[in-house]
Design a binder for this molecule. Structure first.
Ligand code: CU
Length: 443
């Protein structure tokens, strides 16, 4: 089959891909993620103050060529927008009024809105059907595949947060067993190619590379035949789509050889309510808006970057999607259906939290958002990661990274300290999750 999925499945919108990883800096920080140090070495840099306005659009913004109708660019405005385009389908699931600032976080909230390169606030994800939302992703809720399986086998009473009956749990575990049998059988990318799956994404951190089987996209929900498989390389954080490889004409894998299967993902028809998928309420599906598929680097927020890198832009991926982390060795203690899996690279160990120096200002990182901080020149800034998923703090913006500072991978309970010596306002972001942006003001 042709190795380019945008050619092989022209009549079907290809699966959406998660947020950007695509900076070479990620390869550098990935190398530091195995550092045994409890606290990363402090970094002190003299930073020339940058005064980039968060809302300022880059000068190069222009109307890009796209493969599907993209929202027309319009000048930055603070006024709420009620619709993106005049198309009822594109309003699917969106709130009637948009926020005026970026809001929400992938995997943590029903809606995620980001600021695009043109300065507009655009939706990128709606997660969950209307009504009840049950993410079941707290570590103490025991929602990994292996934990659910063990709970069912134990015969113990079910915790209330599962919101399911014993029969439903039995059905769910049976579905996951079928899913896992397929996933674990297709352990390598060679297996994937032979079974009709081809790569369509860069490697997303704590997730993997999406391989899609175009022949399964219209077949409804079948746990034994997921539409997508996920593979990841231990060294793959900085791997763009073209670095990974592809399935050859003869169905063999021609690419990097250390990919391991980490799970699968599903792609099913949209429905107003919770879709008919896995038994019980914890299968938390999502719908992508404004996403770039099959680009060199995946993006949720830049039509221009998508086009430059050969990707296909979609206003709306009109399907429910969801991961299932069922592969051997990658059990997800933040939930079998979670957006992120902290057992997939970059790995960060859980550790006792270090103590901030008494004179430091702490910038907490919670649910994929940075706290704000105003500090004095020379004062220690203490980035404390409270998420189960690691983050990396980098100076600048995703579109314009600066060399002033780059943290190592900061895992759950870890912290990283930084000192800025010159007054000013400095933007920074997370290179693993570029929708995470922050500003430090140094007085
Ligand atoms: Cu992050």
């Amino acid at each position: 089959m042709n190795s380019d999925p945008t050619v092989t499945i022209p009549t079907v919108k290809v699966p959406a891909l998660k947020i950007v990883v695509g900076l070479m800096i990620a390869a550098v920080v990935a190398a530091s993620c195995s550092s045994p140090e409890e606290v990363a070495s402090p970094t002190t840099v003299a930073v020339a103050p940058a005064t980039i306005s968060e809302a300022a659009p880059p000068a190069t913004t222009s109307a890009p060529a796209t493969t599907s109708a993209a929202p027309a660019s319009s000048p930055t405005t603070a006024a709420p927008t009620t619709t993106i385009v005049d198309d009822a389908e594109l309003d699917w699931g969106l709130p009637s009024t948009f926020p005026t600032e970026p809001t929400g976080a992938l995997g943590f909230s029903r809606y995620v809105f980001v600021r695009d390169d043109a300065g507009e606030i655009i939706p990128v994800v709606v997660e969950g059907g209307r009504g009840n939302q049950n993410r079941c992703q707290n570590v103490d809720q025991s929602c990994s595949y292996q934990e659910l399986k063990a709970l069912f086998a134990s015969g113990d009473d079910l915790p209330a947060h599962l919101e399911m009956t014993r029969d439903q749990l039995g059905e769910l575990v049976g579905q996951l067993d079928l899913n896992a049998a397929t996933v674990n059988r297709l352990a390598s990318p060679a297996d994937a190619c032979a079974a009709g799956y081809s790569p369509v994404s860069a490697q997303n951190p704590n997730m993997g590379i999406h391989f899609v089987n175009a022949s399964l996209l219209a077949d409804g929900f079948d746990p034994a035949n997921p539409e997508m498989l996920l593979y990841a390389s231990e060294t793959g954080l900085g791997l763009g789509r073209s670095d990974i490889g592809s399935c050859g004409e003869d169905g063999t894998w021609q690419g990097i050889d250390d990919l391991r299967v980490t799970g699968s993902a599903f792609f099913i028809d949209l429905s107003d309510d919770h879709p008919e998928g896995f038994a019980g309420p914890i299968d938390q599906w999502h719908v992508h808006y404004n996403s770039c598929a099959n680009g060199e680097f995946d993006s949720t927020a830049s039509v221009a970057l998508c086009d430059q890198n050969g990707g296909a832009w979609f206003d709306l991926q009109p399907n429910w999607m969801m991961h299932s982390y069922v592969a051997d060795g990658f059990d997800s203690d933040t939930g079998v259906f979670a957006m992120w899996n902290n057992s997939i690279w970059p790995i960060a160990e859980d550790r006792a939290g270090p103590t901030a120096p008494s004179d430091a200002t702490t910038v907490p990182i919670d649910q994929f958002a940075f706290g704000t901080a105003t500090v004095k020149a020379g004062e220690t800034i203490w980035f404390a990661n409270n998420d189960e998923i690691p983050h990396v703090v980098v100076a600048g913006t995703p579109a314009n990274p600066l060399a002033d500072f780059v943290s190592p991978v900061i895992g759950n309970g870890e912290a990283w300290e930084l000192t800025l010596d010159q007054p000013g306002s400095l933007n920074y972001y997370c290179s693993l999750h570029p929708s995470m942006v922050g500003t430090i003001t140094v007085e």
